[in-house]
Design a protein. Structure first.
Ligand code: NAP
Length: 305
């Protein structure tokens, strides 16, 4: 089992030490600003976790919780103000934004030097060119996890299922940069199982509970499950976990939902060599990498001044 928590804690400890050093030696305290629009409960939880992680590692944070009615223009204005502020090192807008807001314009307004989510086209382009860039936190965290557990990447047959801007595409770029032979699958892939079964390293970012089963996994492969799906019905939990469903049904009864990945846990356990659990796998790494990106942004921008 590849424990995300262990790696995430180590990343955060390293960031904390460096933040202390930066503060003592140059009186710089990195600052992250999170912008959230509307009342999406999941977004509220994600932003709260990010703000809490900032406090843990000594990064200053600001949280702008804006009403659902906020316009694209108002959001762009706020971002321009934050871009101009010298004390702000990282800016993130929690996605998804409400439908009436132009997400592309908002992302492109963020100063690429403060784009700690790595979504700005300049950073996306730099990553594609193999140059230094802010890299989206989830795939960057997965590389840290693989390195920590010494999973070989160079020369490996890697398969990424999903081609989103947030996970799939940057994941494929990072694996390519590390000399894996990379295949990208998506909803139009003709025979998904035949392709994924070739992979020594399988990264799954689909967003459909239990979509990947035994027939998709090469024996001994490393399987990284990025999916985060909430199950709310007992039948779904039984289908996902089979005989091992008891604990999850207890969670369901207590909390009304249980968090699962895109990979059937029993299949991963029986066939994969190494795999990430859900929860406890990739999720925690994302926030840890956001802290690391914010520290990097502070160091890079201040060294330019
Ligand atoms: P997304 O933007 O919805 O992308 C999903 C991808 O899966 C798309 O590329 C889609 O293909 C592909 N797909 C859909 N159905 C498929 C099928 N039947 N066979 C093969 N591919 C299929 O999702 P995302 O933002 O990448 O997120 C994916 C999952 O990761 C979600 O559960 C999300 O909650 C989770 N996530 C977790 C973290 C974390 O920190 N752990 C961070 C980000 C996301 P097309 O392009 O052809 O439509």
């Amino acid at each position: 089992m590849l424990e995300g928590a262990v790696v995430a804690n180590q990343i955060k400890e390293n960031v904390k030490t460096e933040v202390q050093h930066l503060s003592a030696s140059q009186s710089i305290v990195p600052c992250l600003v999170a912008i959230r629009v509307g009342e999406d409960p999941a977004s509220a939880v994600y932003v709260r976790n990010k703000i809490q992680a900032c406090a843990e590692v000594g990064i200053r944070s600001e949280h702008h919780a804006l009403p659902e009615t906020t316009t694209t223009g108002e959001l762009l204005e706020l971002i321009r103000t934050l871009n101009a502020r010298d004390d702000v090192d990282g800016i993130l807008t929690q996605l998804p934004l409400p439908r009436h807001v132009d997400e592309t314009l908002v992302i492109e307004e963020i100063d690429p030097r403060k784009d700690v989510d790595g979504f700005h086209p300049i950073n996306v382009g730099r990553l594609a060119l193999g140059r230094s860039a802010f890299v989206p936190c989830t795939p960057a965290g997965i590389i840290e996890l693989l390195d920590y557990y010494q999973v070989p990447i160079r020369g490996a047959d890697a398969c990424v299922v999903g081609r989103s801007q947030i996970v799939g595409r940057p994941m494929a770029q990072l694996l390519l940069q590390r000399d894996a032979t990379v295949t990208i699958c998506h909803s139009r892939t003709r025979d998904l199982a035949a392709t994924t079964r070739q992979a020594d390293l399988l990264v799954v970012a689909i967003g459909r509970a239990g979509m990947i089963g035994a027939e998709h996994i090469k024996p001994g492969a490393t399987v990284i499950d990025v999916g985060m799906n909430r199950l709310t019905r007992e039948e779904e939990v039984l289908e996902m976990f089979g005989d091992a469903a008891e604990k999850r049904i207890e969670v369901l009864a207590k909390r009304g939902a249980t968090l699962v990945g895109d990979v059937k846990p029993v299949a991963a356990m029986e066939i994969a060599g190494k795999f990430t659990p859900v929860p406890g796998g990739v999720g925690l790494l994302t926030v840890a990498m956001l802290m690391k990106n914010t520290l990097t942004a502070a160091k890079l921008r201040r060294s330019e001044n």
